[in-house]
Design a protein around this ligand. Structure first.
Ligand SMILES: NC(=O)c1ccc[n+]([C@@H]2O[C@H](COP(=O)([O-])OP(=O)(O)OC[C@H]3O[C@@H](n4cnc5c(N)ncnc54)[C@H](OP(=O)(O)O)[C@@H]3O)[C@@H](O)[C@H]2O)c1
Length: 278
């Protein structure tokens, strides 16, 4: 599916200074008329913007906004800004995760994760949707994860916030049916990004899952996600193996799934000591 529909639109991408967000921005830059990138680190944002300007060869106005979306006050301020100047394409991508036993999690850190991963997508969609509905067109892409079908030990906050984004996307997709607005939820499998390196203690997803089937290149996931958005699909799991893993995970009874996933995580050495030794 061509991305022609996105020509000259204003697109806002959160978490666009690296990883999946930057891959999405790279696909959009040659098409859209204006691209706003949000993340914390201003020097990474500036570098991302420079590379996108080169790609767009002058056809797209690229703006950066340094904001910590783990702070609820800042999320509210950004949401108000979005309401004043709403995008035609909203990509709720920025997220972070934890790796460790839930009972040892720093509560303040948990609140920051919920703010970044769940509150920001909620309020940004809330601020964008009215103008999209009034215009009779608009696109929201929410980035979830196949972890919602494979929720496992040591990532309780991350997995549950991704579940929140997933269900929010399903509800909104149903609510906007027939309005000309599209809400798509993408549920990627493991990708090689800064996030996966941090979650897997520097090893990266290729080391944890093998370089083969389950790990789909981030550029390919971005193309598939935007193509699903352009064609009005409510959800997409990019890649055959991630899709299969997601279907199997979702169909298993929860008690069996919990045991299988714990065993697999143990076998991969992907669990913190406190859980591994039990
Ligand atoms: N990588 C995977 O295996 C995988 C699998 C499934 C789903 N996903 C999803 O894909 C999305 C992107 O993840 P990624 O893998 O590309 O991660 P990444 O490489 O770590 O990139 C995360 C982006 O979000 C920004 N960000 C992080 N914390 C932020 C904060 N507090 N406020 C504002 N921006 C913040 C980062 O920039 P700053 O640090 O400068 O703020 C960066 O631009 C996430 O929604 C993730 O859940 C990833």
């Amino acid at each position: 599916m061509s991305l022609q529909k996105f020509d000259n639109q204003y697109a806002l991408v959160t978490g666009a200074s690296g990883g999946f967000g930057l891959a999405l921005a790279r696909e959009l830059a040659p098409r859209v008329g204006r691209l706003r990138l949000i993340a914390r680190d201003s020097s990474r944002l500036a570098a991302a913007a420079d590379s996108l300007r080169e790609l767009a060869s002058g056809g797209c106005r690229i703006e950066t906004r340094s904001a910590d979306l783990g702070d609820a006050g800042i999320v509210r301020a950004e949401a108000a800004e979005i309401e004043r100047d709403p995008p035609g394409i909203l990509i709720n991508n920025a997220a972070a995760g934890e790796m460790g036993p839930f009972g040892e999690l720093d509560p303040d850190h948990a609140v920051r994760l919920v703010t970044l991963n769940a509150l920001a997508p909620l309020l940004f969609a809330r601020s964008s949707l009215p103008s999209m509905l009034a215009a009779g067109r608009g696109w929201i892409l929410n980035v979830s994860s196949i972890i919602t079908s494979l929720p496992s030990a040591s990532v309780a906050v991350y997995a549950s916030t991704k579940g929140f984004v997933d269900v929010l996307g399903q509800c909104l997709a149903s609510e906007v049916l027939g309005s000309g607005v599209v809400v798509t939820t993408v549920r990627p499998g493991p990708m090689e990004t800064g996030f996966s390196k941090a979650m897997l203690r520097g090893g990266g997803v290729s080391k944890a899952f093998g370089t083969g089937l389950l790990v789909v290149p981030v550029e390919r996931v971005a193309r598939i996600a935007l193509s699903a958005l352009a064609s009005g699909r409510a959800e997409v799991v990019p890649g055959v193996w991630p899709w299969l893993a997601s279907c199997v995970g979702a169909s298993l009874p929860r008690s069996i799934r919990a045991r299988v996933l714990l065993r697999m995580s143990r076998a991969r050495g992907a669990l913190p000591d406190a859980i591994r030794s039990r």
